[in-house]
Design a protein. Structure first.
Length: 360
């Protein structure tokens, strides 16, 4: 009898450890930030305008005019990145309001020459006005009662195993080559937004819809794929490689597709990240050959034409060769060059399609 009790207690302890391990992974991986949501509410103000305390702002022509100017000139991702880069607090909305009131003092002069930062500083009056108006309409209390429970519900319903995260991290380190990469997994800020974007501190922000299992089944949305994608943005891309991309614009096919990508606010080195993301997710068994083909054919209207070329050549990457150095080698060897992008793209897509048809 005593032996049975000991066995039962042991089983209970093992189960408790497994449950706690899963809980710890989710708690370590996912976070929320009242301040980042406040900043993003400028771009996603339509999510607030039906709430009673914000309706007066909808009717305020000065507020709406300032809001329109902000959204025409800067995205939530840029604003959140600036805020994180210069050490804005995560959950005190009053301090967030003060940060944007004194923006030129919060950002060191040495950083103000950067074009994207200069653009934001020029919008300081409008940014300050809008954020103050939203915050002073009791945004903090609204977030606590409405937004936080909504986000937490998605977080609690989406367990992620530490094994999956460790496997992804090993792939990232492989693509980093000799580049130093933090051993920590990226933190994800689940926010009241409709998209996902990476932050300068090796974390990223994402919509709660990515944690919806039913949405995953019905659409191409998949949190793990996005997690891989955004983490790949942590890898550095050299100026030399970016210059190679500029040279390709002499080719009509590449230039026209880059224009399409730009309309989606994508393009340039995004093709590198998409190629690597698809390669890793395929190796992990998350994407089959058919989904690989669909991703390259459909993502931003299939305009990232370098992505499939890079993808089919990844098998040639040398051990310890970083993603940057490998892609630069593809340029230097002539696999990617002006005048042959269209033919190489068509050849790569045909190869991927053939693999997909064989696996059916």
């Amino acid at each position: 009898m005593r032996r049975k009790i000991i066995i039962l207690v042991s089983i209970i302890l093992i189960v408790a450890q497994i449950v706690n391990a899963k809980k710890t992974v989710s708690e370590d991986l996912f976070a929320t930030s009242k301040c980042l949501d406040l900043i993003a509410s400028l771009q996603y103000f339509d999510k607030l305008n039906d709430a009673p305390q914000f309706k007066k702002l909808v009717a305020d022509s000065v507020f709406m005019s300032n809001l329109c100017k902000v959204n025409e000139n800067v995205s939530a991702s840029k604003l959140c990145n600036l805020y994180i880069t210069f050490h804005g607090g995560k959950n005190d909305t009053d301090s967030c309001q003060i940060f944007f009131m004194h923006l030129s003092k919060k950002v060191p002069e040495s950083a103000q020459d950067s074009e994207w930062i200069k653009n934001i500083i020029e919008l300081q009056p409008e940014l300050s006005y809008c954020l103050a108006a939203i915050n002073e309409a009791y945004y903090s209390e609204y977030w606590d009662s409405e937004i936080k429970p909504f986000l937490q519900g998605y977080i609690d319903s989406y367990p992620v195993s530490s094994e999956t995260l460790d496997l992804i991290h090993s792939h990232l380190k492989d693509f980093a080559g000799s580049e130093e990469l933090s051993e920590n997994h990226s933190n994800i800020f689940v926010m009241n937004i409709n998209n996902a974007f990476n932050l300068s501190d090796e974390s990223f922000c994402c919509t709660p819809l990515l944690l919806d299992k039913e949405m995953e089944k019905r659409f191409r949305l998949n949190f793990i794929n996005v997690y891989i994608h955004e983490n790949l943005h942590r890898l550095s891309i050299s100026e030399g490689l970016m210059n190679k991309l500029e040279e390709l614009k002499e080719e009509d096919f590449y230039r026209e597709n880059e224009r399409t990508a730009a309309r989606h606010r994508e393009g340039l080195n995004e093709a590198f990240v998409v190629a690597a993301e698809v390669y890793i997710s395929h190796k992990m068994g998350i994407r089959d050959d058919d989904k690989v083909y669909q991703e390259f054919a459909e993502y931003v209207d299939g305009s990232l034409v370098l992505a499939p070329i890079i993808y089919v050549n990844f098998g040639r990457r040398n051990k310890n060769e970083s993603m940057n150095d490998f892609i630069l080698r593809l340029f230097n060897e002539g696999t990617i060059k002006t005048g042959s992008v269209k033919s190489e793209y068509e050849k790569a897509m045909a190869q991927i399609k053939l693999h997909a048809s064989k696996s059916e």
